[in-house]
Each structure stands twice: as C-alpha cells, then as structure tokens.
Write a protein that binds this ligand. Structure first.
Ligand code: FMN
Length: 490
C-alpha cells in the first residue's frame, strides 16, 4: 500500500504534504462547489472544485443576491480590489433576480480575449478556490477539461491566486499544463496553444498577461501539483516520458465513471438500447501504470471501502470518487434533484446510461434517467435549440482565415453555415445550459422557457445504495468519507 507518500514542495510552496487516499473528483459545472471541497479538505482528503464555467457561475450567484455573502467575502480578498468591484458593480443584485428575469450574458473567453472576459474567469476561479480553502489548512484542487482550452490560462491563474494546491485535468491529453503552471507561478505572460479545426497544431494561441491585467506586481505563487486524468496506461506512459509535459501523478479513470468517458477502443458495438459496450481493452493495465513509478489514483466505480482497498493493493495511492460525493448534501445539485436521485438510488431504480451522441464534445457521456430532465426525449423536443454559453464551443478556421466558434448543439442552420455537418449536430444536447440548471442557475428565456437539467452520474450505484441504507435521510461528504475509509458500519 502507498498511503503515506510525502511529496516535496513545488516552486514557491512552503510545505510538503502527505498524498490523499481519497480525491473527491471535480464535478462540473459547480456540482463540486466550494462547500463540498471544503468539507473534504477539512477531513484530510483532497477536495476538488470544478473549474468549468465559473465566470457564469459567479455572475449568476451575484445576480441571485449572493445569499450568505460568501461571494462578496471572497471577492474582498482578491488582490486587486478594483477588479473585484467591477464584477460587483456589473452583476450584483442585492435583492436577487426575480425568477422571470433572465440572467445577464457574460463576455466569452474566445480565442481573442478581452479584459472583462479574463477578469471574470479569474475572479470566478479565485472565489471558488478561496472559499474552499477558507478557515483550514487542508488540500484543495481544481478540475479543468483539456477540451475547454481557451478558458484554461485565465481560469488556472485565478485558482492559483487563491493558492490552489492541485490542478487536475481530463478529457484530452494535457501536455501543455505543466509549462502553463510554471509560467503562471511567476505571473509571466503566457501564449497557450489552442487546437483550431482546419489549422495545423500550434498555429493559434490564447494570450494572458497577468501583470498587464492586474496592474500590480505580486510575489511568486505556489506551483500547484498537476494530476493528469487519463483512461489508458499508454497515455500515462507517454506523458511521463518527457519532463516538459510530465504531470506530478495520474488519475486513471475507467469507462464506468460519471461525466465524460473515453470512447470505446476499436469498432463501437451498441447493445439493444443503443448504449456503447466497453470491454477489457477500455480499462488501463494497472500494472503498467504502477511500473511508471509515479503516484496514481483509480477512478470509476471505485467508490466503496472495497474499491479503496483494491486500488491500494494494485499500487495506487488511493481512489478518485465522484458519484458518492455528487449525491451528498454538501454537493451543489439543486435540492429537489438530489432528493429525487437519492430516493431512486436507495430503491435501486436509478438508471445511468452511456450516451454516445448527447455531449457536443463527441465523447461518450453518462446520463442519469430523471423525470423533467433532458434524459427524456420529450423534454429535449420541447427545448428551443440555442447556444449562448459556449463553454464547449470549438474554434475553427473560417473561409476568410479568421477564427470562428461553433458547437454541434447550437441550432442546425448556423452550425451548417459554419461548416458543421448536420450528422454531427443530430442528437446533441446543450450541456452548458443544462449543467447550470442542475445547480439551480438555469437560464429563464424571454419567452418564459426555463432551461432543464441533465444529470450525469457514474454507472456503478452500489456505493450510493449502501450509503442510503446507512443514512436514509441522505449523507454528508464527511459521512461518505467515513464510510469509504472504514470508520463507519457498512
Ligand atoms: C456529476 C458528475 C460530474 C462530473 N464532472 C466531471 C468534470 O467536470 N471533469 C472531470 O474530469 N470529471 C468529472 N466527473 C468524473 C469524476 O470526477 C470522477 O472521476 C468519477 O465520477 C469517478 O467515478 P465514480 O462516479 O464511479 O465515483 C464527474 C462525475 C460526476 C458524477
């Protein structure tokens, strides 16, 4: 077992720490919010906030009146008060928004980024990490998706300004992150490569100049540890080989995990309900991962006490767990959604399927069946197709050589005009708007239409069912941790 690995500090950091046995996985958007990560971190494990869409989350929480004053308390700690004041001025509504009122749009982090868009992303990530770290010395990480490249520099910088301990990234091969984190540690200007469809790799970059943006010179930041979330041992071996792209460890995530999954390898075989079948080739060879000699955690259906023991026996430091924490009362699912999911998990009737077409990213995506959500084709049919958040939008080269942005979940006509194929658009769901609805921040349209949720959970629901038997009224993150670590009855 390898539960006690002390690691040395990174650049600018002041202390080494023991590696956590349990990583509470990042769950976007804002499902693993600051409250959940704080509870986990205070219990001595790694709490991870989702770093996806935090610009929108910040703006909407301010428009909902910032109940409890948490956002404004965190903003008051931001090193440049004028930047924090601009966000409050722009978005804060002391009495909150009336339910019929639409949330304001926010400036998008496109390939060319203006000051307001970068400021809001920095502030969104700063507040989330600052609140998760407030009042204790536990470890807090932030989770990003490799596919969401354009937002990464500003988002990571905001998290680092709040002293984030770990950055974790999945949904792609995160080659560029170690260098980005090194540069941001010294507030250096960065030029971060972005994949643009129709252009050679390396042609386009997004720029962030922290000094110019903040207008003040700050001491060096702590260099967070970086964990790459990958599905295959060959990807871990590849990243480990070269110092320039080597992370500090790996999360090895299998195809039963919640959220996005790596596509099945080889020819895709569908079962009678249209779900892709995963086979032995879709699971990493853990012996080969262990042979790399770097710390790693196993994720995807490991969220039980036996899963933790099995992972550690295989040489892992521990496990990353999502579903069990997503359903805890400290996570941020809108309460009626959580209650419905926990009740179904307790009865054993909760169903989670792998959708091949739903996510605009093109990756398989786990979807939980829930009435009133986009898991129901009739709810999908009733939704006016539109795209206004664009976290998952993809940059592409337009005929005039400039960079445009398109998303397969946007209305088919504009998507086709932008060169997107109608077959690619078919069946795609607007994850961005649904994810906001999951956490009580769904948009109300001028027509009165209110965005509907779409829930992702892992395929293995053994842990939630057993925990529901132990805690019939629902469980907290600390109760989930106690159970996983074996300090509570099974
Ligand atoms: C609601 C939910 C949202 C998730 N969102 C993300 C995400 O944004 N980024 C990511 O890397 N993983 C995401 N995951 C995966 C988790 O971080 C974790 O690796 C996974 O859930 C582990 O498998 P388990 O659900 O069987 O415990 C999500 C999982 C859930 C349940």
């Amino acid at each position: 077992m390898a539960t006690n690995n002390a690691v040395s500090p990174g650049a600018g950091s002041t202390a080494s720490h023991t590696l956590p046995s349990i990583i509470q996985g990042g769950m976007g958007a804002a499902v693993s919010s600051w409250r959940l990560a704080s509870q986990v971190a205070q219990s001595g494990q790694l709490g991870v906030v989702s770093g996806i869409g935090l610009d929108v989350v910040l703006a909407r929480r301010l428009q909902d009146g910032d109940k409890g004053g948490h956002i404004r308390r965190a903003l008051a700690a931001f090193p440049v008060p004028a930047i924090a004041a601009r966000a409050i001025e722009e978005y804060y509504l002391p009495d909150g928004r009336s339910p019929a009122q639409s949330y304001l749009g926010v400036p998008k982090l496109a390939i060319v980024q203006d000051r307001p868009s970068q400021e809001l992303a920095i502030l969104g990530n700063f507040t989330e990490v600052w609140l998760a770290k407030e009042g204790h010395t536990g470890l807090v990480g932030v989770n990003y998706l490799e596919k969401v490249q354009m937002a990464t520099p500003a988002a990571a910088y905001g998290a680092m300004l709040a002293g984030v301990d770990y950055v974790l990234m999945g949904a792609g091969l995160p080659r560029e992150i170690p260098r980005l984190l090194n540069q941001l540690t010294t507030h250096s200007a960065v030029s971060f490569p972005v994949d643009v469809q129709g252009a050679e790799p390396g042609t386009f970059t997004v720029s962030l100049d922290p000094l110019d943006l903040l207008g003040v010179s700050l001491p060096p930041l702590k260099r967070p540890r970086f964990l790459a979330i990958v599905s295959a041992h060959i990807l871990a071996e590849y990243l480990a080989r070269d110092e320039a792209i080597r992370p500090d460890g790996f999360v090895i995530e299998g195809p039963r995990a919640g959220g996005h999954n790596a596509p099945p390898r080889g020819k895709v075989v569908l079962d009678e309900s249209g779900e892709p079948q995963f086979g032995p080739r879709d699971y990493a060879d853990i012996d080969k991962v262990a042979a790399i000699g770097m710390p790693f955690w196993l994720a995807g259906a490991y969220g039980t006490p036996e899963g933790l023991i099995a992972a550690q026996s295989a040489g892992a430091v521990g496990i990353q767990v999502g579903t069990l924490f997503a359903l805890s009362s400290d996570a941020n699912f809108e309460p009626s959604i959580r209650e419905a999911l926990v009740a179904k998990a307790a009865e054993g009737t909760l169903q989670v399927k792998t959708s091949l077409r739903g996510s605009p990213t093109g990756f398989p995506f786990k979807v939980a069946d829930l009435d009133g959500s986009l898991s129901d084709p009739e709810v999908v049919e009733a939704r006016p197709r539109l795209c206004d958040l664009g976290f998952l939008g993809v940059p592409y080269v337009r005929e005039n050589g400039k960079v445009g942005h398109r998303c397969p979940a946007e209305p088919v006509k504009p998507f086709s005009r932008k060169g997107g194929g109608a077959d690619d658009a078919e069946g795609r769901l607007c994850l961005c708007n649904a994810l906001m609805a999951n956490v009580g921040l769904g948009q109300t349209r001028a027509t009165g239409y209110v965005e509907r949720p779409l829930i992702t959970l892992g395929a293995d629901l053994d842990g939630p069912k057993r925990l529901a038997a132990l805690h019939p009224g629902g469980w907290t993150a600390v109760q989930a941790l106690d159970w996983l670590l074996g300090s509570s009855e099974t």
